[in-house]
Design a binder for this molecule. Sequence first.
Ligand SMILES: Nc1ncnc2c1ncn2[C@@H]1O[C@H](COP(=O)(O)OP(=O)(O)O)[C@@H](O)[C@H]1O
Ligand SMILES: [Mg+2]
Length: 383
Amino acid sequence: MINSLSGRTKILAIGLMSGTSVDGIDAALVEICDRHNHLETNLIAGYTYPYPADLRAEILAVCAGEARSLQQICELDDRIAESFAQAAIAIMEKGVKKPDLIGSHGQTVFHRPPVAKKMGYTVQLGRGALIAKLTRITTVSDFRVADIEAGGQGAPLVSMLDVLMFSDPTKYRVCQNIGGISNLTYLPPNSIENKAQVFGFDNGTGNVLMDMATQKLFGESFDRDGAIAQQGKPDLNLINNWLKQEFFITTPPKSTGRELFSPDYLAARLAECQHLSNYDILATLTEFTAMAIAKSYRDFLPVFPNEVLIGGGGGSNGYLMERLQDLLAPAIVKRTDDFGMSSDSKEAIAFAVLGYLRLNGRAGNLPSVTGAKRSVLLGEIYT
Ligand SMILES: Nc1ncnc2c1ncn2[C@@H]1O[C@H](COP(=O)(O)OP(=O)(O)O)[C@@H](O)[C@H]1O
Ligand SMILES: [Mg+2]
């Protein structure tokens, strides 16, 4: 398979991703053109295939630390792989020929960043071997493990796509993903030639707190377009206190997940919100999400960006986007769609590209982003 890719300038790949929101599997059918190591991506189709409700509930239970036997975890691994394979087969039908590869992130159910000399630990379920068997397409999966083993955070990994696609000759850019968790890639001018200057990190809660609160207080799965938050008033004193928590003041590299921003974390914040209406609570959590992002730029980026390119589901929250535009001024804040890439499919495209790089024997991590000691090949290959 590696040989069959080499020397070809255009290949067809599927990227599969489900993030910490656990909303569904993002699938991207993407053409990757590689000319003299200049990559271009052309999205042919991009869809989110929602998880069946019982599977989503089981994933969230495991993420929340509920006890399961190893057998139950293995069965969950296969159910997730089957769902990922179904998503791949469904999107494959949108193209005219069989894809050359699948790059599958899987579903994170546990993520422990490295601390001091202790190696991190990360678990993505949805085994690549089963996806390869069910789709009959070479599948690359388990992308985060090699970076963790090289001493890194295993995250963010989308930064490689960001540098390949969005480096600008003159501007300082930030690619800001707002999934369940927020993460960014900082791209100084010409970063494609100066990859060592690129850096990035997980910078906040993303949608996860807003989603959990919307479910608990309003019985909806998320606050569509921020319509609920927009009706409330944020409590800035509370937010400024929350921003003093260890995660927000820790210097990058850093990564986080549902282990920190958990149901217990939300319960502790809600306990401090008893004087607020439910609308004010959503407004406060939305402002917290936006302020955590803005504060991380001011605290940790060497140069404040000229442009901020938003990806992930948070970009569809118009109210959150307004708050970011306000808090990040004078930077221009726009979704990646305005720069030629679907913001909904961007992470799935990233894993298609990372799969392609793996099969070509090219490193996928950026040590300046993840904190790994070296560039490494990311992912296991299953045929
Ligand atoms: N129209 C919308 N309005 C507000 N929030 C939205 C909208 N569409 C998606 N989202 C948010 O985006 C989340 C999914 O984002 P996604 O990028 O898929 O995250 P992840 O990578 O963690 O799966 C949803 O859970 C929801 O919070
Ligand atoms: Mg998602």
